[in-house]
Design a protein. Structure first.
Lengths: 210, 210
DNA sequence: CTCTTTCTTTAGCGGTTGCTACAGAAAGAC
DNA sequence: GTCTTTCTGTAGCAACCGCTAAAGAAAGAG
């Protein structure tokens, strides 16, 4: 049933090329990476790029998906699986300290830093990443609110503010990683950040909430 | 003694034009703002821009200076004048909540967000802002270390990590402001952030240190 | 007035941008 | 082998990039 692909086969590995494009976008951002930069990084010519990935914007969107799949799925996983919101965020911050300073890869988080400086005509690219970031914070907020409802976190906890605080630290850590902070420093930052969290009511979890 | 200026006088106000350029850079970043964008925002033609400000990079540097003078001098002032490092940072974070969300102005902090996505050939612009950010953190670190030495903060306080934590929150707040967080939310973030700070030893100040 | 100085304007430089038409190359179908 | 399909490389499109030469306009000096 599987009829063989007709015509001349592609001479490059699509996944590898996408990975190279992703790293270029990760390091310099959407607007700052030109098609010439991409074809150099991916080691293919422009027509091959356009045939395989559409246009620059579509390639970027696919690169974002690849980034999420490779380096950010742990976020959702951690938030969903950890027994409490506090434990989840603690792990999240420490995992960020690691993933933002991986050797041989660009610093920081692509979702945070790849579309900060955008011209007017690519403002929708910036908007898309902004919505991803805010969705992440909303996700953390729901996790916190569940723990508040379950009595794990104090009833007076402002779930929204605590979630935004957590997102603020995460986004600041990305910037710090790009500015040269190493993993150990970011781990120390994560430890400090967790001391602002309200204490948990021991002996209870909200793992059934969500 | 004051001989009058010869030749045709400038038909625009240099400071006003610089202010417009600064806001354009503030909102979109160095690379994403073209000369055409600038001449439109400043309401002058390109040769007038080049005659008055040199080239794009020089104009950006002057815009950064103008930004610091208008919106960031309070930082150094606060750090130098507040009786303790803790009090200084507390004021700093709340002032940031205000200045990052001023109505009618771009969101966030120019020093943090105006050179995040840079092409290779303008990497020195990014480097210059990065050094400003790290110098700010080093300044906070010295203020903390002085309080530790004076016994105001616990002896075991890691001044470097606490300073980087503070910078992380400040930079995250800028990102949050750009992502839509309002002043009240950022103030709540600032309050959370301060709860990670170690307690002060009451009845003592380090106002003589520095 | 003329002369000099400095600004403003028009017009356009060489280079780069994202993107593509077109011809040639490499595969399967027959 | 030929035909069809699909990818690759060359070469180049219109539009924009940062920047500037050249000419005209507006001021003071004489």
């Amino acid at each position: 049933m599987a009829t063989k692909q007709r015509g001349r086969p592609r001479s490059f590995d699509r996944e590898t090329a996408l990975e190279q494009a992703m790293q270029a976008f990760w390091e310099h951002g959407y607007d700052a990476v030109s098609i010439a930069d991409l074809t150099r990084a991916m080691d293919i010519k422009a027509p091959s790029l356009y045939a395989a990935f559409g246009d620059k914007r579509t390639l970027f969107e696919e690169a974002v998906e690849a980034y999420v799949h490779s380096y950010a799925v742990f976020t959702v996983k951690t938030l969903a699986e950890a027994p409490t919101a506090r434990g989840a965020v603690d792990r999240l911050l420490h995992e960020a300290a690691v993933s933002h300073t991986l050797p041989g890869l660009p610093r920081g988080c692509l979702l945070i830093s790849a579309a900060t400086n955008c011209s007017e005509q690519s403002s929708d690219v910036a908007e898309a990443l902004k919505e991803r970031r805010n969705a992440g914070i909303a996700f953390i907020e729901r996790r916190i609110a569940a723990d508040v409802a379950a009595g794990v976190l104090p009833a007076e906890t402002d779930a929204r503010a605590l979630a935004v605080y957590t997102g603020t630290v995460l986004q600041g850590m990305s910037q710090q990683a790009r500015d040269g902070a190493d993993r150990a420093t970011l781990e120390a930052v994560a430890d400090f950040a967790m001391q602002a969290w309200p204490p948990e009511h021991a002996g209870e979890t909200s793992s059934d909430a969500g």
